[in-house]
Design a protein around this ligand. Structure first.
Ligand SMILES: N[C@@H](CCC(=O)N[C@@H](CS)C(=O)NCC(=O)O)C(=O)O
Length: 212
């Protein structure tokens, strides 16, 4: 089977989720770095992703974009441990968590909090505190929901690692670097324990972004 190619920068949370799926499956892949900070999305990448986002994926003549589609393809097309629950309810829960992350968690945690608190200062700008102030209660709402979903389980969907955990992990990796995460996580022991469990996986070490 041909080696898959992932197009996306090492610093992208969505690209990292797709890479985590490949690492967890033991799939050998090539990463083609697409840098969009500063100069915007390179023109040639729009042929792979008409909406101008990363990542995009290529395998055996198949071109795909949208991270959840890429991750499911990776899980189903390659050997290795299954990353989706075997029962219908479990798969529905996994889809629910992924949709929550895409619709509510990523926009407030990354697009608002992380961009303002971590990225703006890195680029020489100043954080817009009003954006952060508005985002924090919404970030907390996502995190409360993950805490509830985890309950006494080790992973977001029961006792086995799934694509839901891999979808959230890269978002979390940036979130915990914000000072706001401390107060939010203080009251969430299951989520804090989940993060320690996930952060120590080899797949996370291998996909650690190099932020210079
Ligand atoms: N729905 C897309 C979202 C991907 C996405 O938002 N990627 C971010 C990077 S993590 C991006 O491309 N940002 C560039 C931009 O918005 O200009 C997916 O699931 O793959």
């Amino acid at each position: 089977m041909a080696k898959p190619i992932l197009y996306g920068p090492g610093y992208s949370t969505y690209a990292r989720s797709a890479r985590l799926a490949m690492e967890e499956k033991g799939v050998d892949y090539d990463l083609v770095e697409i840098d969009f900070i500063g100069g915007g999305m390179p023109e040639e990448h729009l042929a792979r992703h008409p909406f101008g986002k990363v990542p995009a994926f290529e395998h055996d003549g198949l071109m795909l974009y949208e991270t959840s589609a890429i991750m499911r393809y990776v899980d189903e097309a390659f050997d290795g441990p299954s990353l989706q629950p075997s029962d219908v309810a479990g798969r529905a829960r996994m889809t629910q968590v992924i949709s929550v992350i895409d619709s509510y968690t990523y926009p407030r945690t990354i697009s608002d909090l992380v961009i303002q608190r971590l990225v703006q200062p890195m680029l020489g700008g100043t954080a817009d505190e009003s954006i952060i102030e508005a985002a924090v209660p919404e970030v907390d709402k996502s995190m409360r929901e993950f805490e509830r979903m985890l309950g006494d389980h080790e992973y977001l969907v029961g006792s086995t690692l799934s694509l839901a955990d891999l979808h959230l992990a890269p978002v979390f990796a940036y979130f915990v670097d914000t000072p706001e995460s401390k107060a939010i996580l203080e009251s969430k022991p299951s989520l804090s324990a989940w993060w320690e469990r996930i952060a120590s996986r080899d797949s996370m070490t291998k996909t650690q972004p190099n932020l210079g």
